[in-house]
Design a protein around this ligand. Structure first.
Ligand code: UD1
Ligand code: UDP
Length: 375
């Protein structure tokens, strides 16, 4: 009898990092029956990823609501997963990372009796308010999970310290590197044409240094985003040789301050969230990146791009230790100061811009499938 897998995800980053796992399991159809369930905690930003990776979900809970809150989202995910789990009866349920989908789906999967497999397990800041609510989401998921796929030795150590059994943990690297590899190969193939990349070519001013910006964290909503926008405006005004390109997250708590404070500034381009290949293309064109994103912190080092992280903590210490990521928080002055240093001090730039791969070699999903095969 085939082992039954249900892969559940809901947001853009989970989709990017789970897509290679869906593809890898589908290569092993003789051993596994694999189905995909999306909560659609995100809608447009999730659909962009599904379309690029050519994944058609078997179950779509279609849960996103405008400006949704954590209470109803959590309850809706658990309630709506019941019938999916009862209909398909998976042996293994795969969840990713630390979103509300991750935490709620692990609880539902545990109720169903399936084994819970946590991809990107063991990331911790040890501060329950940063990132909020992700630190608690992943800690709860770690407590529930039967198998833990840790991206790095640091994340493995975090799990061991929480008394997770060693033989239930596998260090795999982060599947974002699998996704990055897939995307890069597809983009350079002769048959691939991405209309977003084509239109970006018209937007990017090659004579300028491109600063790529993204941001969305809940703990930065409000004053944090106001400070971030002030910093970006100051940088744009003080440096006519830069172009800031900012694909703005669709969360209304982000859209409002960003469009109110940064619209109509000559060298700031506010654009819609990009498809994954277009975003990767833009990362390669950028001089450096300012972000609060988890995934971007992992991708940038393997593209040799310095990153300023607009957070007070990170669960990804590897690139900070290697010197390619600097934590700047949401302090306007600090963001401006570090960005200006990167623009004007070539030695500092070179020390941050080195190419390295602390987050894996693109074989995370292969390792996960082989591990499950042996169970
Ligand atoms: C969520 C995750 C966060 C992850 C981030 C990735 C939680 C609590 N947060 O945060 O961990 O890092 O996704 O981006 O799980 N929206 C749209 N269209 C979309 C996506 C979002 O309109 O395709 C808007 C909706 O109004 C939605 C709101 O954004 O209600 C917030 O979405 P939500 O998933 O709750 O929070 P994020 O900030 O996106
Ligand atoms: N990304 C994308 N389009 C964009 C911005 C980001 O495809 O316009 C990708 C990026 O390459 C990374 C992921 O989205 O893989 C990060 O998502 P996000 O920052 O929303 O979430 P986080 O990683 O912080 O959970």
């Amino acid at each position: 009898m085939k082992k039954k897998n249900l892969i559940i995800f809901g947001t853009r980053p989970e989709a990017i990092k789970m897509a290679p796992l869906v593809k890898e399991f589908k290569k092993h159809n003789a051993t596994f029956e694999t189905k995909v369930c999306i909560t659609a905690q995100h809608r447009e930003m999730l659909d962009q990823v599904l379309s690029f990776f050519e994944i058609t979900p078997d179950f779509d809970l279609d849960l996103m609501k405008p400006n949704q809150n954590l209470y109803t989202l959590t309850a809706d995910i658990i309630t709506n997963l019941k019938s999916v789990l009862e209909e398909f009866k998976p042996d293994y349920v795969y969840v990713h990372g630390d979103t509300t989908t991750t935490m709620a789906a692990s609880i539902a999967a545990f109720y169903s009796g399936a084994k819970v497999c946590h991809v990107e397990a063991g990331l911790r800041t040890f501060n329950k308010l940063s990132p909020f609510p992700e630190e608690i989401n992943r800690t709860i998921t770690g407590r529930i999970a039967d198998y833990h796929f840790a991206p790095t030795l640091t994340s493995q150590q975090n799990l061991l310290r929480e008394n997770i059994k060693e033989d239930s943990i596998l260090v795999t690297g982060n599947s974002v590197i699998d996704a990055l590899k897939f995307s890069s190969e597809k983009v350079i193939s002769k048959t691939f044409l991405d209309i977003e990349i084509e239109s970006l070519k018209g937007l990017v001013d090659e004579s300028k240094k491109i600063i790529l910006v993204t941001g969305h964290r809940r703990e930065n909503h409000g004053q944090g985003f106001i400070n971030i926008c002030k910093a970006l405006k100051q940088l744009a005004v003080e440096n006519s040789n830069i172009q800031i390109i900012y694909p703005v997250h669709l969360n209304p708590n982000v859209q409002k301050p960003v469009y109110e404070l940064l619209d109509n500034i000559d060298n700031i381009s506010l654009i819609n969230p990009l498809s994954y290949p277009a975003f990767v293309w833009l990362m390669t064109k950028s001089y450096f990146i300012i972000t609060d994103s988890g995934g971007v912190q992992e991708e940038a080092p393997s593209l040799g791009k310095p990153v300023l992280v607009m957070r007070d903590t990170t669960e990804r210490p590897e690139a900070v230790e290697a010197g390619t990521v600097v934590i700047v928080g949401t302090n306007t002055e600090k963001i401006v100061q570090q960005a200006t240093k990167l623009l004007n001090n070539q030695n500092f730039y070179n020390s941050m811009g080195m190419l390295h791969n602390p987050y894996g070699d693109g074989t995370a999903c292969e390792k996960i499938v082989q591990f499950i095969k042996k169970l």
